[in-house]
Design a protein around this ligand. Structure first.
Ligand SMILES: *Cc1c(COP(=O)(O)O)cnc(C)c1O
Length: 240
């Protein structure tokens, strides 16, 4: 399948998921996860108009990040067609200085030491970084993120970091052969967000829900996802 076909296929499935759940397509964004593909394929993704691009490791992303910047200059891409980078993987504190300022969103904030590093770099740059707090809703040992019961205290601690904006919550569901099985995880993340807002835990309401991947995005949409992180199904997967 070509990229155009994959985009059309995902859009069709999104449309149906929206119809089933009474949602609007405009209320969600797709992040094209390019970690499985080459620099050239990543540029094709951006040219195709998928401007939200997700990578999970700075080492693998840096060449693509620079290529995307060159692409915007060389092909005269207007502001609306320039890549917006999302850091979706676990972020080591020593990589923060590379990532903050280059990636517009961080989806994996899960500890105070990381928040402190992000805040410091953002302060140096004079920017505010929108971050998603990663929650391990499923409780799987292999998954990163805060335990659900740690979330409220963590949000309180973040209030002292003036250069971090809590954009939303993020989770990864376990891989299930039957995607329907992921529903409680996505519903759980939405409930955690709603609880934060009921407690008025933050100055502004928390809106974002970064959830749903190739295998389970339709269920995530039905449960209120606002950012879908799609790799294989959208961008494809290339052999190394
Ligand atoms: C790789 C990755 C994705 C995309 O995975 P697919 O299943 O290929 O869609 C989404 N989110 C995170 C955090 C990832 O690491």
């Amino acid at each position: 399948m070509t990229l155009e076909h994959r985009i059309a296929d995902v859009e069709e499935r999104l449309k149906r998921a929206c119809e089933r759940s009474g949602r609007t397509r405009d209320d969600m964004n797709i992040i094209a996860v390019t970690k499985y593909v080459s620099v050239a394929s990543t540029m094709d993704v951006i040219r195709a108009g998928l401007v939200h691009v997700g990578e999970n490791r700075w080492q693998n992303a840096q060449e693509k990040w620079h290529a995307a910047r060159d692409l915007a200059e060389n092909e005269g891409l207007g502001a609306a067609h320039q890549a917006i980078w999302h850091f979706i993987g676990s972020l080591q504190t020593n990589k923060v200085k590379e990532v903050v300022g280059r990636f517009s969103y961080i989806h994996s904030l899960d500890r105070v030491s990381l928040a402190a590093a992000i805040d410091k770099k953002a302060a140096d740059l004079g920017i505010i970084v929108p971050c998603f707090l990663q929650v391990n809703v499923s409780g799987e040992d292999s998954k990163q993120g805060l335990a659900p019961e740690e979330l409220t205290a963590f949000v309180k601690e973040l209030s002292r970091f003036a250069h971090i904006k809590i954009e939303g919550l993020m989770t990864m569901a376990p891989y299930e052969l039957e995607p329907e099985q992921t529903r409680p995880v996505f519903r759980g993340l939405r409930q955690l967000r709603d609880e934060l807002n009921q407690q008025s835990a933050t100055n502004e309401p928390v809106t974002g829900l970064s959830m749903g991947m190739s295998n389970d995005f339709e269920v995530a949409v039905e449960e209120g996802a606002t950012w879908l992180r799609l790799g294989t199904i959208l961008v494809g997967k290339e052999e190394e």
